[in-house]
Design a protein around this ligand. Sequence first.
Ligand code: AMP
Length: 214
Amino acid sequence: MKIVMLGAPGAGKGTQAKRIAAKYGIPHISTGDIFRANLKAGTELGLKAKEYMDKGALVPDSLTLELIMDRFNNEDCANGYVLDGFPRTIPQAKALTEALEKIGDKLDFAVDVDVPDEAIISRMSGRRACLQCGGTYHVVFNPPKVEGKCDACGGDLILRSDDAPETVRHRLEVYHEQTQPLIDYYKDEGIFERVDGTKDMETVFEDITNILDR
Ligand code: AMP
């Protein structure tokens, strides 16, 4: 099963994507996580991506596409994947469609986790991320067992610099301008589905699995 998660930054699509990956036995591929891991490791790709990420801007398509196409070659992608944060522009979506067409394949679902901007801004201020493993938490909605520590690996939890309120506002602008057009793109492909992301995490997950299991 090949799934694309759509939705604004902070809509909760990362959390849902991880649960989908676990339930259906497919890898969760987050371009944001891959960029952050590269940044932490000090790779050339990480350093190039940093200047865009720090501003809440998108990393150029050429760089992002190189990264993701390389990731698809990994054998864990044989049975599909759930993509989180990719594609984020129409050129990225077209490149993905074309790459799949070349191997006689296609996406199964594009799931939009829909949350209004105001709710996102208030949510993001409580978001915490583990620098070590990429795990995400929320101080109110999804707190770690021990404050400030990752449940999975014990790493320190931080407020990511791109979750700061002014960066969040800019990321939302970028989302409406560059990523929202993907909704029409996937409606045209006949695979678009929308879930109400303001419901609690468990209900959103149930709504998503009801769609995927249809
Ligand atoms: P995320 O964790 O998905 O919110 O991504 C964090 C940041 O990584 C974004 O604000 C972008 O700067 C960059 N990024 C992640 N995925 C992409 C993508 N598909 N295209 C361009 N930039 C991306």
